[in-house]
Design a protein around this ligand. Structure first.
Ligand code: ZN
Length: 133
């Protein structure tokens, strides 16, 4: 794994949160994007070399809506940049980790992504992401 690619924060209202985080970072998001497959709207901020992703549910079945229902707003996942997502998925599965999807999915910000279940990672939802080149 190369580095932390971004930290995902679950929010109730993307527009309001863009304004709050916009003030914190003194900038506007460089990208906002709907990921229909995940039922989320997202926005991204760049802070130095780091990225922050804000996620808002677009319907009650969204994992983000369920997360907020259970835990409230806050840090939802940590994403790590990987060279070869297929190889990492195979490696982690062999180590006994629960991978939430069979195959990588197209995520936000031009990435192939998959998630590792928090049950197998001390409560932290981990996203692996590989840049689509
Ligand atoms: Zn993410």
């Amino acid at each position: 794994m190369n580095k932390i690619e971004h930290i995902g924060i679950a929010v109730k209202n993307l527009k309001e949160s863009n304004s709050i985080y916009g003030k914190i970072f003194n900038q506007t998001p460089y990208k906002t994007e709907e990921v229909a497959s995940e039922h989320v709207n997202t926005s991204f901020f760049k802070v130095g070399e780091s990225k922050i992703e804000l996620l808002e549910a677009t319907n009650p079945d969204s994992a983000i809506a369920k997360f907020i229902g259970k835990k409230g707003e806050g840090i939802h996942h940590i994403a790590f940049d990987v060279e070869d997502i297929y190889a990492e998925m195979t490696r982690l599965k062999a180590e006994g980790f629960i991978i939430l999807n069979e195959n990588p999915k197209k995520g936000a910000d031009n990435k192939l992504v998959c998630f590792v279940h928090p049950k197998s990672t001390n409560g932290v939802l981990i996203e692996l992401c590989q840049e689509i080149r």
